[in-house]
Design a protein around this ligand. Structure first.
Ligand SMILES: O=C(O)CCC(=O)C(=O)O
Length: 353
């Protein structure tokens, strides 16, 4: 099998690209990708999936209080919802997906120029977590920083395809605007001023943002593995863009895995651990995972919108009223919280939550 290439750069063992594994493994996936039986997906034909989907909210409706109620209910009950009429141009969604697909279709030596290390994870990667011999997921990714501006470095972004940097820049500008808008709706849904949650993130211009583009190659034994194992998102909120026609995301609800049916052109929004803390567990950061397919590749773009890294994040005082409603979490900065996750990798939900 063609493997390679980045074992000396801080990873505990050589990193193998899942694209290379998919191209060479034949009908059987390597043992390292096989999940324990309790974690394996039960893959049903689309027609046999439980008819259930995360709530869908139309952001263009004029009733702002009604929208806030719908978003708050989805955030309490599901931790997930899809947004339509969100203001990010459909043409830009298509261009962003196409530019990033173009990167994953570059020859291996072009992709390897951007191989990442566990120091920052920025660049082209195939694993999370640094435990030697740890489980691997059936997906490669590209991770990059967007905000604060001091962390953004175009040199660390792919130069091919030639449109990628400019398109990603444009995409980030529009998605940040959408995140700020949804933050207001979430804040109102908690009965707070529209700007309150954003203030707890460091204000407009003080927040953090990064992007992980996931590429899941075809897999000959999708029933044995996962594209991303079950996890909750450590940051504030995630704006996820998925392929319109390929399912894969599953959300845990009442002990069951619900497959999300993507609404074409929508973003999938999910609450991350930091908003669960700030809302004192009113809004839930819910575990999710990704299944893969034997017949279709899949690309997803996870835009992570986070509090400023050095701000203490704790339940907002307006939502704390002891003894009936004590603060459920101690204050911790997002930088501290993230350092812990980067070491152990994404798996399950942190025990303190
Ligand atoms: O690919 C997806 O649908 C979800 C990806 C995800 O959960 C992640 O990048 O954290």
């Amino acid at each position: 099998m063609s493997s390679c290439c980045n074992g000396g750069a801080g990873w505990p063992e050589p990193v193998v690209r899942v694209q290379a594994v998919s191209d060479t493994c034949g009908a059987t996936i390597p043992e390292r990708y096989v999940k324990p039986p309790s974690e394996r997906p039960s893959l049903l034909a689309p027609a046999a999936e439980p008819v259930n989907n995360i709530p869908v909210v139309d952001l263009s409706l004029p009733d702002a209080d009604g929208t806030a109620r719908a978003v708050a209910e989805a955030s309490r009950e599901w931790g997930f919802f899809q947004v339509l009429n969100h203001g990010v141009r459909p043409e830009l969604l298509r261009r962003a997906r196409s530019a990033w697909r173009g990167f994953f279709k570059q020859p291996a030596d072009v992709r390897e120029r951007y191989a990442n290390t566990p120091a920052t994870y920025e660049g082209y990667g195939s694993r999370l977590g640094t435990a030697k011999g740890g489980p691997l997921d059936w997906g490669d990714y590209y991770f990059l920083h967007l905000l604060p501006p001091a962390l953004k470095s175009h040199d660390k972004w792919p130069s091919l395809p030639p449109t990628l940097r400019e398109t990603t820049e444009e995409y980030a500008e529009e998605v940040v605007q959408l995140c700020r808008r949804v933050m207001k709706v979430l804040s109102r849904g908690l009965g707070l001023d529209d700007g309150r949650l954003q203030a707890a993130f460091g204000g407009e211009g003080g927040e953090g943002a990064c992007l992980r583009v996931n590429f899941y190659p075809r897999c000959p034994q999708p029933e044995l593995t996962l594209g991303v194992a079950s996890h909750s998102d450590p940051g504030g909120m995630t704006m996820l863009l998925v392929d319109d026609h390929v399912r894969g995301l599953q959300v845990r609800r009442a002990g069951q895995w619900i497959t999300v049916d993507p609404v074409p052109g929508a973003f999938i929004v999910n609450i991350g651990d930091q908003i669960q803390v700030l809302s004192n567990a009113e809004y839930k950061s819910v575990e999710h995972r990704v299944t893969v397919s034997a017949v279709e590749e899949r690309l997803s773009m996870a835009f992570f919108y986070n509090p400023r890294g050095d701000l203490p994040v704790a339940p907002m005082v307006e939502l704390v009223a002891p003894p009936a409603s004590p603060a459920l979490y101690p204050a911790m900065t997002y930088d501290e919280y993230r350092a812990n996750i980067r070491q152990r990798g994404l798996s399950g939900k942190p025990t303190q939550l």
